[in-house]
Design a protein around this ligand. Structure first.
Ligand SMILES: *Cc1c(COP(=O)(O)O)cnc(C)c1O
Length: 425
């Protein structure tokens, strides 16, 4: 774990220029890197030596940003991906293949639900969705001999359930598999999943990390804590020779970095969902203010949630930072500094009232986005989650009347006034 505070890592982490080098992270806009020895290039291809040779495998701009996120999460290695979806996909695929099984919390991002319940099964990886609030005995029933990972979100988008990290880590580790946590909503500013037993963290950097709705991106961070060798037969992809690299064994060659090295050397090589260095540069600019923006998002979200709660025409409000919320206690334990800027609520008038309300907003806009500087509003049942059946909606924690409200960085007073006029005028 880095000794520096998160604030300092946000600003200076990852890029450490030497004397006379650019102060700001340069964009290495190059597909390739020049060498003078054919022998050395060969060693790079064999992973015998580390160095840059092709941007699909590694790029200095991307590495600097991955390193910053890695330090923020307190991990040992990280990799950027082209999107949050690619991060989730690779994080699971890195340790799963046809015939395997994964367990995921049912309250996850709609795109991840599709990945787990539609696309992975087509590839021969089965998934069981579980209610994250079920007790341990119940959850243990979901494990099978071929289960390879447990997946959940620290704060679920859009259900706003808060993960009981310790319960999930105990269950995963008790069954010899890692816990993968999507930490997009909480961000490492508010919660560091590795401190609570998670083994791998994923991010959609598209959200708070970028923070300005400028770039789609993702990241996988490895804690280095999971003992793959202790589960040798479960994770042969890491513990037995990789024929595509002349028989190297990732756990032997890379130790604590085995998982993240395999993800880069094998998955990125073969599937290629890389982050563009231009986008990585933009994410880095966003990260420079993450520690300032996240607390403000939380502070304003609390004000907006409290306002909504005080209104007669609002049926319910969900915000884990609000005393009395179902997840308030878990949030206090795992993310005492704050949760996120996203709120959900339902109007007494239900689905119909939700669309009327949304259409009357002036400052806040209807967008398929959350977690950026501008306040955005969405109706999950008719937008992000429209592929789901009513039953799946309930499982995913999405009430058909739910309005997802992402509180931005405008004045909280102006946001509240916009809500007021949309409900009253
Ligand atoms: C948006 C989101 C994703 C998907 O990320 P993209 O960058 O849009 O691919 C995954 N998980 C969560 C929690 C998200 O909010």
């Amino acid at each position: 774990m880095s000794k520096q505070s998160l604030d300092t890592i946000c600003i200076q982490g990852g890029w450490e220029p030497k004397n006379g080098e650019p102060r700001q992270l340069p964009i290495y806009q190059s597909t390739t890197f020049k060498y003078t020895s054919s022998e050395q290039m060969g060693r790079l291809f064999d992973l015998e030596e580390s160095g840059y040779f092709y941007t699909r495998l590694a790029n200095p701009t991307n590495d600097a940003v991955a390193s910053k996120i890695c330090q923020l999460e307190g991990g040992v290695g990280a990799m950027l991906t082209s999107s949050g979806q690619a991060a989730t996909f690779y994080a699971v695929l890195n340790i799963c293949q046809a015939g395997d099984h994964v367990i995921s919390s049912s309250t996850i991002y709609g795109g991840s639900t599709n990945l787990f319940t539609v696309t992975f099964p087509k590839m021969g990886v089965e998934c069981t969705l579980v209610n994250p609030d079920a007790d341990e005995e119940e959850l243990a029933k979901a494990f099978r001999p071929n289960t390879k990972a447990v997946f959940a979100e620290s704060i679920a988008n859009p259900a706003l359930t808060v993960l009981d990290f310790e319960k999930f880590a105990r269950l995963a580790h008790g069954h010899g598999v890692p816990l993968i946590v999507d930490n997009t909503f909480a961000t490492p500013i508010n919660c560091r999943p590795f401190e609570w037993g998670a083994d791998i963290v994923t991010h959609s950097t598209t959200k708070y990390m970028d923070g300005h709705a400028a770039t789609v991106g993702g990241c996988i961070v490895d804690s280095g804590n999971f003992d793959w060798e202790a589960q040798h037969d479960k994770f042969k992809g890491l513990t037995e020779p990789d024929e595509s690299y002349h028989g190297i064994v990732y756990t032997q060659k890379f130790g604590k970095l085995a998982y993240i090295q395999k993800a880069t050397a094998q998955l990125m090589r073969d599937l290629g969902s890389i982050q563009s260095p231009q986008n990585a540069f933009l994410i880095n600019i966003g990260l420079e203010t993450l520690h300032l923006r996240v607390p403000r998002h939380c502070e304003s979200a609390f004000k907006v949630a409290s306002y909504l709660q005080s209104r007669e025409d609002v049926a319910w409000v969900k915000y884990p930072g609000l005393p009395g919320d179902t997840y308030y206690e878990l949030a206090q334990k795992y993310m005492p500094k704050g949760t996120c800027g996203v709120i959900s609520f339902g109007l007494k008038g239900g689905r119909q009232a939700a669309s009327v309300f949304m259409d009357k907003l002036k400052l806040c806009s209807i967008e398929t986005h959350v977690a950026d500087s501008r306040t955005a509003v969405l109706h999950p049942a008719s937008h992000t989650h429209r592929q789901l059946t009513d039953e799946q909606l309930v499982e995913a924690g999405v009430d058909p009347s739910m309005v997802r409200f992402s509180v931005g960085l405008e004045s909280a007073g102006d946001i509240i006034e916009d809500i007021r006029q949309a409900l009253e005028d």
